[in-house]
Design a protein around this ligand. Structure first.
Ligand SMILES: Cc1cc2nc3c(=O)[nH]c(=O)nc-3n(C[C@H](O)[C@H](O)[C@H](O)COP(=O)(O)O)c2cc1C
Length: 160
């Protein structure tokens, strides 16, 4: 089965989780880059506003065609209780291309249910499995066990 991990990360936490997932699965990974700067306080504020208003952004050209993969695992940080703007854009642009999806997110403490429901609506696919991690778990390397369980659950869903 061909698997692709796609993620956006402003400050490295979602990237760390994405790297762990793709290393265990030995699969391709695609980092999404926002053309709009999200650095510093101005970038932080624009990120919060854009996510809250469910705006789209311009993202850099992608390297991997998602339609060539059996499963695309998509990860986002939570911004203003929402999907991050670059991942909202990716889902919007490529929604027709996914065969199967799974989602993960990192966040301080917000409920992920709404974000995963939004990702499901945007991608027009119910995720096989979801994984939510806190920033704290990722920072303290407590996320590896959760990542392993996520992958085990994913494997069970794939053979169903
Ligand atoms: C603009 C902005 C808004 C955020 N809003 C929330 C939020 O509503 N709830 C929450 O739990 N975390 C929120 N966070 C925290 C991030 O989701 C969290 O730090 C995440 O792990 C960052 O991932 P990254 O390092 O991959 O960018 C926000 C972060 C940013 C930059």
């Amino acid at each position: 089965m061909k698997i692709l991990v796609v993620f956006y990360s402003r400050s490295g936490k979602t990237k760390k989780a994405a790297e762990a997932i793709s290393e265990i699965l030995k699969c391709d990974k695609e980092e999404i880059f926002d053309m709009k700067s999200r650095e510093g306080i101005v970038g932080f504020l624009s990120a919060g506003t854009d996510a809250n208003l469910r705006r789209l952004t311009a993202i850099k050209e992608i390297k991997y065609d998602p339609s060539l993969y059996d499963l695309v695992i998509i990860g986002t940080p939570i911004w203003s209780s929402n999907i991050s703007t670059p991942i909202r854009t990716y889902l919007f642009l490529f929604k027709e291309e996914f065969k199967k999806v799974a989602f993960f997110c990192t966040r301080l403490g917000s409920d992920s249910k709404k974000v995963f429901a939004d990702m499901k609506n945007l991608s027009q696919k119910a995720p096989l499995v979801v994984l939510e991690l806190t920033t704290r778990e990722v920072a303290r390397d407590q996320y590896i066990q959760k990542v392993k369980e996520f992958i085990e659950n994913l494997k069970e869903e794939i053979v169903k």
